[in-house]
Design a protein. Structure first.
Length: 244
């Protein structure tokens, strides 16, 4: 009689668990599956955007709603003045061709100098602009840290730079170098002079507050430093990974 009660007790417990709803194990299992699906969708878009140009980014959409529209337009890297790519690399990530997504030397320098210095590489900024949201929250930074090496593995350096130059905010409601060239200098990106390219690159950290067409003394000095840096990375080979 004692042996016959055990199966009945187990069946009653299972029935009670079902009536109570999901168990912790069920929640963890379904959460894991949901994360797996999200990771798969994201990986699909990483591969997709390695060949297909992203039309809009989350930030573009947000700014379009906020400002009632934006100016943008895709320009292939080969149709831009070569100084444009070099200027942005010199300004934002001089070791772009040498690292795998994170510039350890820049990170150490940022830690030494404090919060005033940034250490994000172009790849990290592309990941943020194309796949994530703006801001400095730890969840976003954690996702960025996981996603960056994957993008570096799948995309070429040339593709990373091309996407960056086309999705970055270059002015109030202006996105991409092509739109900036038209907005500020009334010319295509392929006709930008070295000075104009350096001014656009100098404005990238504060595109709403810096105007390449009406540069302040600070912006002119910064652009001159960037122009020198662009010439330097061309001479020492640090632009070889994105130039033909």
């Amino acid at each position: 009689m004692a042996k016959s009660r055990k199966p009945a007790t187990k069946s009653r417990r299972k029935a009670a668990a079902k009536r109570e709803g999901f168990t912790l194990r069920d929640i963890l299992r379904w959460s894991g599956r949901a994360l797996g699906v999200l990771a798969g969708v994201w990986l699909f878009f990483v591969i997709f955007f390695a060949f297909v140009n992203p039309i809009y980014t989350p930030y573009m959409i947000a700014e379009s709603f906020r400002q009632g529209g934006i100016t943008r337009g895709w320009v292939p890297l080969e149709d831009m003045a070569p100084e444009m790519g070099r200027s942005v690399v010199a300004a934002e990530d001089a070791n772009f061709c040498l690292h795998w997504g994170f510039d350890i030397h820049a990170i150490r320098a940022a830690l030494d100098e404090g919060a005033g210095r940034g250490a994000s590489t172009l790849t990290q900024q592309v990941v943020k602009n194309v796949f994530l949201w703006q801001g400095r929250s730890w969840p976003r930074k954690a996702l960025e840290a996981v996603m960056t090496p994957v993008v570096e593995l799948i995309w070429t350096k040339r593709r990373i730079l091309e996407v960056y130059l086309n999705v970055s905010e270059t002015g109030r409601g202006v996105f991409g170098v092509g739109a900036a060239a038209r907005e500020y200098y009334d010319k295509p990106a392929g006709d930008l002079t070295p000075t104009e390219a350096a001014l656009i690159a100098a404005a990238l950290p504060d595109p709403k507050g810096r105007n390449p067409m009406l540069p302040s003394g600070f912006l002119r000095k910064r652009a001159a430093v960037i122009a020198d840096g662009a010439a330097t990375i061309r001479a020492d080979g640090r632009s070889s990974c994105f130039e033909d």
